[in-house]
Design a binder for this molecule. Structure first.
Ligand SMILES: [Zn+2]
Length: 384
């Protein structure tokens, strides 16, 4: 006795076989419609194509009795039907196939629901990652200089005394070193002073590294992390970030420096921002200047943020000191004794540097530098 799902097959004529499969498919489709969970689909699969008692086994046995001249045709119809049942019962395949794909192999199905969706449930929200606010500000500053034709240069955070101080015209024991409270690596006493390692206190060593590696013209912008042994307070952190710039070429003058920084500040803070320069001192630039911008909160009228002065101090800059070019030349002559690329009689340059935290704090009205490093999502999410 055949299972009741299998229709009567009177003979193996083409019309009988076709009617047989049409009826079989109707029966199967009806069952497939109600297989609306993964478990029910699995039960359907076992019932129809299970290895031992699957209905298709019975059908295959039945069709084997077909006379030789019709066997090929009957076999093809059987295979098409089997393929169809395979597909409908294969949850993974069903997920991958579209109705169009199925139609291509001659199958049109009313797709059974594999799982039902409760549309009243709240969706699962995946928060997209965003750049850290400091990184965002740093990228903005770097982009301004990229647009002026500068390229990015990077350097190590563990630096030698030579690159961090000596080559930048901070001689050993010079009091200017005291302005940058330095974290030094332990057990360095056996080395000559210039080879001792420390955590870089500014991004300026990358100026020296870049000039040693490359002859003028140079236009680089140097973003990076720096370290000083500063006690943490509202505006100081032992780890902070700088963006530094260096331009060396023939006939670079102080007005190039002023024009470049004035443009950069307008690009960062808006075209109505004014800049002004005050004499200052840095060992590696001569003359040196501090740059102030007109207060972006009160447009120069005077407010609490600018301490009623109308101006905010933002960066340091100056013309590269010939002593720095001398250090670079000394290092380059170890490779080529005739090197004269950084002869101060032929070339000049300017350099500038700014604190990324300070600029980001001004941009976003942040009063505590510690927020940047706390990892507090309530703070960070405001920048999403
Ligand atoms: Zn102000």
């Amino acid at each position: 006795m055949l299972p009741t799902e299998i229709p009567q097959l009177n003979d193996y004529s083409a019309s009988s076989v076709e009617a047989f499969f049409t009826q079989l498919k109707t029966t199967f489709d009806t069952e497939a419609q109600s297989a609306n969970t993964a478990e029910k689909v699995e039960a359907l699969r076992v019932k129809w194509i299970g290895r031992k008692q699957g209905l298709l086994n019975h059908i295959s046995g039945l069709l084997k009795k077909a006379p030789a001249e019709t066997r090929r045709d009957v076999g093809m119809q059987f295979n098409t039907f089997k393929k169809y049942v395979d597909l409908v019962c294969d949850i993974d395949a069903r997920k991958k196939l579209w109705d169009a794909d199925l139609a291509e192999i001659g199958i049109v199905i009313e797709r059974p629901k594999v799982r039902s969706i409760d549309i009243t449930l709240p969706g699962s929200v995946r928060a997209p990652g965003i750049p850290h606010p400091l990184l965002k500000t740093m990228n903005e500053i770097v982009a301004v200089f990229h647009n002026l034709g500068y390229s990015t240069a990077l350097g190590p955070q563990v630096e030698s005394d030579f690159y961090n101080f000596e080559a930048l015209n901070f001689p050993p024991n010079h009091p200017a070193r005291d302005t940058q409270d330095t974290l030094v690596l332990a057990d360095q006493q056996a080395k000559p002073s210039r080879d001792r390692l420390l955590m870089r206190t500014h991004t300026s060593p990358v100026q020296v590294r870049s000039m040693i590696a490359q002859a003028p013209p140079i236009r680089i912008v140097v973003p990076g992390k720096v370290h000083r042994n500063d006690a943490a307070d509202a505006t100081h952190s032992p780890v902070f970030h700088q963006v530094e710039g260096l331009c060396v070429d023939t006939d670079i003058t102080f007005s190039d420096l002023k024009g470049t920084l004035d443009h950069a500040m307008k690009a960062l803070f808006g075209s109505s921002v004014k800049t002004r320069f005050f004499p200052s001192f840095f060992p590696f630039t001569e003359p040196s200047a501090d740059v102030q911008i007109s207060c972006i909160f009160c447009a120069g009228k005077g407010c609490r943020k600018c301490k009623q002065s109308g101006w905010i101090e933002l960066l340091g800059c100056g013309m590269v000191d010939p002593a720095v070019f001398a250090s670079v030349t000394e290092a380059r002559r170890k490779l080529d004794p005739a090197d004269d690329a950084y002869n101060p009689a032929k070339i000049t340059g300017f350099a500038f540097g700014m604190g990324v935290e300070r600029i980001a704090m001004i941009q976003h009205g942040i009063s505590e530098i510690g927020h940047f490093f706390s990892g507090d999502m309530r703070f960070l999410e405001q920048f999403a």
